[in-house]
Design a protein around this ligand. Sequence first.
Ligand SMILES: NC(=O)c1ccc[n+]([C@@H]2O[C@H](COP(=O)([O-])OP(=O)(O)OC[C@H]3O[C@@H](n4cnc5c(N)ncnc54)[C@H](O)[C@@H]3O)[C@@H](O)[C@H]2O)c1
Ligand SMILES: CCCCC[C@H](O)/C=C/C=C\C=C\C=C\[C@@H](O)[C@@H](O)CCCC(=O)O
Length: 257
Amino acid sequence: MALNGKIAVVTGAGLGIGKAITEILLRNGAKVVLLDVNETAGKSLKEALDKQYGQERTLFLNCDVESEEQIKAAFQKTVETFGGIDILCNNAGILNENEWERSISINLVGVIKVTYLALEHMNKLTGGRGGVIVNTASLAGLGPLLSCPVYTATKHGVIGFTRAMAAASAASGYGIRFNALCPTFVQTDLFSAILDRLGQFSHLADATQKYIDTGVLNVSQVAECLLKLVTDETNNGEALMVKTDMRKYVTFPTITQ
Ligand SMILES: NC(=O)c1ccc[n+]([C@@H]2O[C@H](COP(=O)([O-])OP(=O)(O)OC[C@H]3O[C@@H](n4cnc5c(N)ncnc54)[C@H](O)[C@@H]3O)[C@@H](O)[C@H]2O)c1
Ligand SMILES: CCCCC[C@H](O)/C=C/C=C\C=C\C=C\[C@@H](O)[C@@H](O)CCCC(=O)O
């Protein structure tokens, strides 16, 4: 998929991995709608991007992925402004074992809500032009992160949802590819704040450090892998594992093996 003229929506675009995803999509020719609950971060990034790319290439909308109403309004505004949606990056997420229900609501339910509402605009069977949806999961979606069991569960759910949607889309003719991005630790605000977010598992901070010692990515390294999942049209139903020393498409058990 060439990105020139394509319309992308990125959730959690204001900071961290979402900001890097936004920037790499812009660099490669897409127009990007930035959705974030953090209005300050979103407006600040929009201001900076306007100077670099012009005001017409981006749109910032304050949107909480927990709110169906706000998501609907954001997609309506996106279609009114740019004419459609080709790429969706479900990136917004939190890590907070103290607020585990909210973690589920944002990391998993939010991905499902945004995906289902985007289908109304992207699905070829309902007048859309197809495209690609990439969900930011995590290495914790492939194996347990012992100090964050609910976060681990949300990311396992994101990968399962992504792979099932990829199969459903292919079998139904939606014209939409679905892929999951599974990075290890990445230097962002989420990562920096984790010692206060482990809740009843705070005693496992030292054990967690042993995982962290395997390496920490920068956001640009993650964005490069996102670009691959978006542009390589052979990628559907993939979970791309990203570590500091390797990238690998994960293989999963199948019903016949
Ligand atoms: N940092 C890591 O180590 C790491 C590793 C693998 C995967 N991830 C995942 O990457 C994604 C981005 O994380 P990050 O590290 O860039 O975090 P971050 O905290 O730096 O940025 C997350 C962004 O999402 C926004 N956001 C949070 N809740 C939201 C909501 N309800 N609605 C809309 N926007 C919301 C925040 O305002 C923020 O701008 C998350 O899904 C996270 O689970 C992070
Ligand atoms: C404490 C910071 C949390 C950041 C959250 C972010 O999503 C990063 C998670 C990073 C690592 C998770 C590691 C899990 C590792 C093991 O369970 C391992 O079995 C994973 C399986 C994949 C593999 O290494 O082959």
